[in-house]
Write a protein that binds this ligand. Structure first.
Ligand code: ZN
Length: 444
């Protein structure tokens, strides 16, 4: 109880609206999707008119497109606007400064360098606390309550920074948190981490999927004794099914994946039904679009973000650089929000195929297709042009060439504009890092 009070107090000091935002979010998770969308569109209209009035970039853009703010009243209307790339923002940095910026409290943030060059943007202080409240609500799907003990295993972008020891310590105590660095992870460190976890007894463990997976490997291989938390939260990286199983085995609890970006403000969290990640609606609008910028209800596309509260630097149809698989399914947990089945970082786009119609085809599809093909040692698919695919096959003795028609037919179901060429080869070349890649896209 004291932990919870201290936790809330620490956040209230930063932003006095924090707890009221949180309580509102706890309530709104159960709204119907129809209602959530209505709320989003109301806030969207406000944001569009704000951006038009106060942000020179949008004022010019609307004028060029001969649009008025009241041409964008619904989420579908966003398709009238172009996709906002990081390059456009960099080139027009000055024009993204709102006239009333001086009246606001904001941070200048920068995105991590994992997906390209670091990129700067302003984040309204209020919006940052909003994002914290959304994060806590998302963890709440797994039973988390404000102030619950947590151990964080992460690098700097998850807040293990260069702050002084005392500030760090105060931060840890007020948030009932212990931080372990994922940069130092030799056997000695990992044994120490296990000790910290066993004595602190966190209810939840959180970190990058790959770091926690690495730690899980260590625990399992060395039979390290470790307490079992209520759940493990993974974030920031793609969580592969085998990583999830490995972590669940090592810690004896469920893994809950999460996705969240401060630039643009999109987020999504997993519930105990594990049907995908519930897409948040209160802080931003997430669009999943095909190569032509059209909104999709199902399938893999680029994730765009439209911020609903970041007045210090509104992003409208901001290209997050991530791909996501959106689903039309409704989760059985009672939350009606849309589901994101999978998030695929930009660094994985090279592992996907793109159709001339603008669709992305995930490698998993090809992998499953080749499961049905007999007598193949290895294969590789190379997309050389938007409408050209080369399939290399290392056949075994007795390979039946009739199977090629079947492969062609199934692949052409995704797009009949693809011309497909088969090549029989003795071996598949490895990458410089010695890896076997079964899909290579030369489009990026
Ligand atoms: Zn659910």
């Amino acid at each position: 109880m004291i932990d919870r009070k201290l936790f809330i107090l620490a956040h209230q000091i930063g932003c006095h609206k924090f707890y009221s935002i949180y309580k509102k979010l706890i309530h709104s998770q159960w709204k119907s999707y129809f209602e959530q969308k209505k709320d989003q569109e109301k806030q969207l209209r406000y944001m569009i008119s704000y951006a038009y009035k106060n942000v020179p970039y949008y004022h010019k853009l609307f004028n060029e497109l001969k649009l008025e703010p009241n041409d964008i009243t619904k989420i579908d209307d966003l398709e009238k606007l172009p996709i906002l790339t990081k390059d456009v923002i960099k080139e027009n940095w000055g024009d993204f400064k709102p006239f009333n910026l001086k009246t606001m409290k904001y941070y200048v943030n920068s995105t991590g360098g994992t997906t390209g060059t670091p990129f700067k943007y302003r984040l309204l202080k209020y919006d940052r606390f909003y994002s914290g409240a959304m994060l806590y609500r998302g963890w709440g799907y797994a039973g988390y309550e404000l102030g619950d003990k947590m151990v964080l295993l992460a690098g700097s972008s998850l807040d293990i920074g260069s702050r002084s020891f005392i500030i760090k310590k105060a931060h840890e105590i007020s948030r009932n948190l212990r931080k372990l660095s994922s940069f130092d992870m030799n056997s000695e460190d990992l044994l120490k981490y296990a000790k910290v976890i066993n004595s602190f007894r966190p209810k939840y463990l959180r970190g990058y999927a790959s770091s926690i997976n690495f730690f899980a490997d260590f625990i399992r291989k060395n039979d390290v004794e470790i307490i079992s938390p209520f759940g493990v939260f993974t974030t920031a990286e793609k969580l592969l099914p085998k990583m999830r199983r490995n972590i669940e085995d090592a810690f004896g609890c469920d893994v809950y994946d999460g996705y969240g970006l401060n630039d643009g403000g999109v987020s999504a969290y997993e519930c105990p039904e594990h049907n995908g990640l519930h897409i948040d609606t209160e802080r931003s609008i997430m669009e999943v679009v095909d190569g032509t910028g059209s909104q999709m209800n199902e399938g893999v596309g680029s994730i765009l973000a439209t911020s609903l509260h970041n007045y210090a630097m509104p992003f409208i149809r901001y290209d997050t650089g991530d791909l996501g698989c959106i689903s039309e399914d409704v989760c059985s947990c009672g939350r009606d929000s849309r589901l994101l089945e999978n998030v695929i970082g930009r660094q994985h786009v090279g592992d996907m195929l793109q159709t001339p119609e603008g669709k992305f085809i995930h490698g998993m599809f090809i992998d499953m297709l080749f499961d049905r093909v007999d007598k193949v040692t290895e294969f590789q698919i190379i997309q050389t042009k938007i409408d050209k695919i080369i399939i290399k096959i290392v056949p075994k003795d007795g390979f039946d060439e009739k199977q090629l028609d079947m492969i062609r037919e199934i692949i052409n179901r995704k797009s009949n504009q693809w011309s497909i060429e088969f090549r029989f080869v003795d071996k598949i070349e490895r990458t410089n890092a010695g890896k076997y890649k079964f899909i290579i896209s030369e489009l990026i």
